[in-house]
Design a protein around this ligand. Structure first.
Ligand code: IYR
Length: 222
């Protein structure tokens, strides 16, 4: 099997150095204002905003350009209720025996617990599935670097949510098999991340955390 590559002209986006400096700083300052929050408003969000956010995430690079992701967009009150119930059941077991003492200690500053009321409060829940492989004509086709690809897409998704003036939280119920069942996903898809998306509540409190400094996260080789 051979396929000739189809190359087209591309106009990269570039800027003079002073503008580059300004833009990079601006994005840093804006992105640094993002926080994971747990208190949301139930104010509706237009579907078009959700759709734009998702299409932004789907611009992510992926292994062999397979785009191995499916985004389930949930506004149904009944489904949100079922997802919350199942998530809280798993989380209760995790917080009460499945997570190690060390893990529970590490979570103390975040103030998390097994209750997940935000799943029902927010207008939209995004459940991201990674596509482990594809079925085409009853044959299985491989995807590549699926975790990396979907992780990158989720990073872009989180910043797109922030850019729209909305808030989210990376909720990682574990195990996540209940999402496959409730959302009736096929066996080539595996649940990856649950993101509630909404306006923040009128009053929001977040843990007083610091981000690591440049020196702590970088090693420079000139
Ligand atoms: N999955 C649980 C526990 C949890 C785990 C980590 I690592 C966090 O950074 C936060 C929470 C939950 O979602 O509450």
């Amino acid at each position: 099997m051979s396929q000739t590559p189809d190359f087209i002209n591309h106009t990269p986006v570039t800027f003079p150095e002073d503008e580059m400096m300004r833009r990079s700083k601006e994005l840093l300052e804006f992105t640094n204002k993002r926080r994971s929050i747990r208190e949301f408003s139930d104010k509706p969000i237009p579907f078009e905003v959700i759709s734009n956010i998702i299409m932004t995430a789907s611009t992510a690079p992926s292994g062999a350009h397979k785009q191995p992701w499916t985004f389930c967009l949930i506004s149904s009150a009944e489904l949100k209720k079922r997802i919350r119930g199942a998530a809280e059941k798993e989380e209760f077991d995790s917080y009460n025996g499945r997570m190690s003492e060390e893990w529970l200690q590490d979570l103390l500053p975040l103030g998390t617990d097994w209750t997940k009321p935000f799943i029902e409060t927010v207008p939209w829940i995004i459940v991201v599935f990674k596509r482990a492989f594809e079925y085409v004509d009853d044959k299985k086709w491989q995807n590549y670097y699926v975790n990396e690809s979907v992780g990158i897409a989720c990073g872009i998704l989180i910043n797109a949510i922030h850019h729209a003036g909305l808030a989210t939280l990376t909720h990682t119920p574990s195990p996540m098999k209940f999402l496959t069942d409730i959302l009736e996903r096929p066996d080539n898809e595996r649940p990856y991340l649950l993101l509630p998306v909404g306006y923040p509540a009128d009053e929001v409190k977040v843990p007083n955390l610091n981000r690591k400094s440049f020196e702590e996260i970088c090693v420079r080789y000139d």
